[in-house]
Design a protein around this ligand. Structure first.
Ligand code: KG4
Length: 340
């Protein structure tokens, strides 16, 4: 059984995973409220909060500890003080319990997260079931990343597309900030957008060329700033749902267009969607449409595995290779997808 520790950003999380059964127990402590007044995650505050949260979460796992054979921990990418704290915690646990510790790449864990449910449905049949879905195109859309990753038949990962500037979640959050909404604003923009008309305000769709897979979201907030300059406070209040709907649609359409272009590159056999922005119903529906148009199955990470969580880290420590046991686990803020 694997016990995983996740602390790359502002969520402290632990989970256990048994390869014969699936993810057994998960606990997350979110710091979002503490960072809200700063308008974003403050790394030193986040690492201090991990320091107090992780031991408390561990109490919930006491009875699982005797069965744990390996400790897994996110070693990157992420905020260095937060990664370091999680690794120190995992290493202390490993030293106290005499178990080995392995490092996990957070982005690779996001790529694998849509497969958690497939494994849970039939743990024994999982390797064969997954093999039928490869090569797989993973759309990882979070606060820090927007990536299209090929998961090959040999389980190697290759990045096909990334954003040249902001991530999709960042675009949601920066837009929300300009609109005076609390951090992180993605879910709130979705809520307001549901009552709005997306055709009233148009926002840029990034790089329009179909063959160019690069994404770009930073133009959205600039366009929003210009539109806001022309509005009175009263106009903003009455048009807020329409603005949110137009802003969200621009993000959704760009993600769908680039995913479609990537799928046309080769004979993929499935599509995956994960990361915090995968919580957005508009994003889910648009990627589902793109997959359906090509008769491909879509695997979407379950809600609890979309945002940062330790369930996906535990699963990836088994489903992906992770760092081999015995190698010193060190934090890497910029760890690329291609490396475990
Ligand atoms: O995966 P995650 O925890 O991000 C990173 O740590 O990178 O996801 C957080 C991101 C935030 O940008 C948040 O605004 C966005 O996911 N998000 C959403 C929704 N729920 C979370 N964006 C749009 N619609 C949502 N419903």
């Amino acid at each position: 059984m694997i016990l995983a520790v996740e602390s790359s950003c502002d969520e402290s999380a632990l989970a256990t995973f048994d390869p014969a059964r699936g993810v057994l127990r998960e606990a997350v402590s979110s710091q979002a409220a503490a960072h809200e007044k700063h308008g974003g995650v403050v790394p030193d505050l986040a690492s201090r909060m991990h320091l107090s949260a992780l031991p408390l979460l561990l109490e919930e796992f006491r009875e699982d500890m005797p069965a744990v054979t390996r400790i897994a921990v996110t070693r990157g990418p992420g905020l260095l003080p937060c990664l370091s704290l999680g690794i120190a915690f995992a290493r202390a646990l490993a030293a106290a319990s005499g178990r080995p510790v392995v490092g996990v790449n957070h982005l690779r864990a996001h790529v694998h997260s849509p497969f958690i449910a497939l494994h849970a449905a039939d743990p024994e049949g999982f390797p064969a079931a997954r093999a039928k879905l490869l090569p797989h195109l993973a759309a990882v859309v979070s606060g820090g990343n927007s990536l299209l990753v090929e998961l090959g038949e040999d389980l190697r990962m290759r990045v096909l597309a990334r954003t040249v500037d902001d991530a999709a979640g960042e675009a949601f959050d920066k837009g929300a900030k300009l609109l005076g909404l609390p951090y992180p604003g993605g879910a709130l923009i979705e809520k307001l957008a549901a009552q709005g008309d997306p055709s009233k305000h148009r926002f840029p769709r990034g790089i329009p060329e179909r063959a160019d897979l690069r994404m770009s979201f930073s133009g959205l907030k600039t366009a929003l700033r210009y539109q806001l300059e022309k509005l009175s406070d009263a106009d903003l209040k009455s048009q807020l749902p329409d603005i949110c709907a137009g802003y969200q649609l621009a993000i959704v359409e760009q993600l769908a267009a680039k995913t479609g272009s990537a799928l046309d590159l080769k004979a993929f056999r499935s599509v995956g969607l994960s990361g915090g922005v995968a919580n957005n119903a508009g994003v889910r529906a648009a990627i589902a449409r793109v997959a359906r148009e090509r008769s491909l199955p879509l695997l979407t990470a379950e809600a609890r595995h979309c945002g940062d969580n330790a369930g996906m880290v535990a699963f990836a420590a088994w489903a992906d290779s992770g760092l081999p046991e015995g190698v010193a686990v060190v934090p890497e803020a910029q760890l690329p997808v291609e490396r475990t």
